[in-house]
Design a protein around this ligand. Structure first.
Ligand SMILES: Cc1cc2nc3c(=O)[nH]c(=O)nc-3n(C[C@H](O)[C@H](O)[C@H](O)COP(=O)(O)OP(=O)(O)OC[C@H]3O[C@@H](n4cnc5c(N)ncnc54)[C@H](O)[C@@H]3O)c2cc1C
Length: 492
């Protein structure tokens, strides 16, 4: 069977020719014995070169479907020996190839999805578990993760490497801030448990560390009692200043459990604002609408209040996904940008950006989010937000047309323009953003934490093989000459 055949599995790698070779070939590094399988069939390689963004396609050399944790460790060690890049892939919802590797090995984490040990105050989940699965397991025991992403079909490992922001982040921080312990395979193939008390340097380098220092195997995350219901308030504003002021007030007072808002294009050049808030509760206690809405400046003729189960609320994106799958748009390119703005610059920046934004630049099913998070709730050192008491998440979730690469490219260029404006006013990007990042961009992004990341990378991924999809590896290990893992030096 040739290397593209469906049954073919590589057995050894030749360092000189950088090709798979028969096991007995002189100088070849044997592929370790695995419980699962390392595969090279065409459909696996194509699958691994695709993501939700549908913009970047980097074809790996092989895909590991691990049979257990030991397989991940063995393949990472093999990659270190051979200098092959390794990208863990959770649910593949990146938008710019962050879970891809050209010519390396993609590890499909989906099979490592066990959610176990649900207690009143914590749950342990393998990294390939989806947040929806974590939620189901915890709800069955009357509790819930404090922070859930808007969409629940993304993996624990995938969000913990970037942060994981949601509508309760103003209160609990990002998902990384609820992590109590991680089990991680470092870049040398070692399985290490880390927490605030144990192997702290690794713990701090992995949370929101873009996968540079380790592959997350499992995470123990604190949970809180689950409410039965969510009372949801949709409040509409005509005026950006009032919309921002009300959100600021609500977050500083902690009046609602959940807050997440949008800007809506009502007509060309005319923006309206939708504040979406929710209070969680368990009957017989019921929320007092009047007190919750007191003093807010929204359009009183246009308020919507409804009441749904907490689980349904957590899955509120599901109907939208079904509709977008039916229309085909779920599979269109998604050049998304998410930034964090400092409070003082938010009104002016958002206003400037929205003034020039057309419906076509957002795309048919595009969406713009704008809501605040209290920075004092964010504790993971590699989480990057502006230096401001409140930071505003501003996201342009664009959808390009299918079969229109030029349209998608124009959206990415528009992202660059937005990013440059935001950086010039002290904002920062969320690393899920669909944008090419140069070495200088990453250095700017990590700012004072760049050096910490460099030191951690050198310690935990000395071969520079992990998470090449961000383009940080080359940056961190610029002076590397030995692709097979000899001592490297880096520039700071
Ligand atoms: C519809 C939709 C809604 C979203 N909503 C939110 C939201 O509300 N809040 C938010 O913060 N983000 C949101 N995101 C962004 C999302 O959180 C990130 O893109 C996330 O990284 C995707 O997770 P994934 O499991 O699909 O990861 P993948 O795309 O598979 O991987 C993402 C990155 O994580 C790395 N990675 C994956 N697993 C591991 C692991 N076990 N160990 C180490 N590294 C790993 C990959 O190598 C890659 O670099 C959303 C994305 C989509 C498409």
């Amino acid at each position: 069977m040739d290397q593209r055949g469906s049954l073919w599995q590589p057995v050894a790698f030749d360092l000189a020719t950088r090709r798979w070779v028969p096991r007995e070939s002189p100088g070849a590094v044997p592929v370790p014995e695995l419980e699962g399988a390392l595969v090279c069939d065409e459909s696996s390689l194509q699958w691994a070169a695709e993501d939700f963004g549908h913009v970047v396609h980097r074809r790996p050399r092989a895909v590991l479907r691990p049979g257990g944790v030991a397989d991940v460790a063995a393949i990472v060690a093999f990659a270190g020996e051979t200098g092959l890049g390794v990208a863990a892939r959770g649910a593949g919802h990146s938008t710019y190839g962050q879970a891809q590797t050209a010519g390396g090995i993609v590890i499909d984490m989906a099979g490592l999805d066990l959610v176990s040990d649900v207690r009143a105050d914590r749950v342990t989940a393998q990294a390939g578990a989806l947040w929806g699965e974590v939620l189901d397991a915890t709800l069955a025991r009357g509790c819930t993760p404090a922070v859930l992403t808007d969409y629940l079909d993304i993996s624990v490992g995938g969000t913990l490497t970037v942060g994981g922001v949601g509508g309760t982040s103003h209160c609990y921080g990002f998902q990384v801030d609820s992590v109590e312990e991680l089990r991680v395979i470092t870049g040398t193939g070692q399985l290490v448990t880390c927490s605030p008390e144990r192997n702290r340097r690794l713990f701090d380098a992995v949370r929101a560390g873009l996968g540079q220092c380790g592959i997350i195997i499992s995470a123990t995350v604190s949970v809180i009692p689950a409410p039965a219901r969510a009372r949801r308030y949709r409040l509409r504003y005509r005026d950006l200043a009032t919309f921002l002021a009300d959100q600021r007030q609500l977050v500083m007072q902690g009046r609602f459990d959940f807050l997440q808002s949008q800007t809506l294009l009502a007509a060309p050049g005319v923006w309206r604002y939708l504040l979406e808030a929710a209070t969680y509760y368990t009957p017989p206690v019921v929320p007092a609408d009047a007190a919750l809405l007191n003093g807010l400046g929204y359009d009183r003729t246009d308020e919507e209040i409804d009441d749904i189960s907490y689980r349904e609320f957590a899955h509120r994106m599901a109907p939208g996904e079904t509709a977008l799958r039916a229309s085909g748009e779920w599979l269109y390119p998604h050049p998304w940008i998410t930034v964090f703005l400092p409070s003082g610059a938010t009104a002016a920046l958002v206003s400037e950006i929205l003034t020039g934004l057309t419906a076509a630049e957002l795309g048919n099913s595009g969406l713009a989010l704008l809501y605040p998070v209290r920075a004092d709730r964010l504790r993971a050192p590699l989480t990057r937000v502006p230096d401001s008491e409140l930071v505003w998440l501003f996201a342009l979730l664009r959808t390009a047309s299918a079969d229109d690469p030029a349209g998608a490219a124009a959206m990415i260029e528009a992202n660059r323009v937005v990013r440059d404006r935001v950086l010039a006013r002290g904002g920062l990007t969320y690393p899920t953003t669909t944008l090419p990042m140069s070495p200088a961009d990453w250095r700017t992004h990590f700012g004072p934490h760049w050096r910490q990341l460099l030191i951690a990378k050198e310690e935990f991924d000395p071969h520079g093989i992990l998470a090449p999809g961000y383009g940080i590896v080359n940056t961190l290990l610029q002076n590397s000459t030995d692709r097979c893992g000899a001592q490297r030096t880096h520039t700071v």
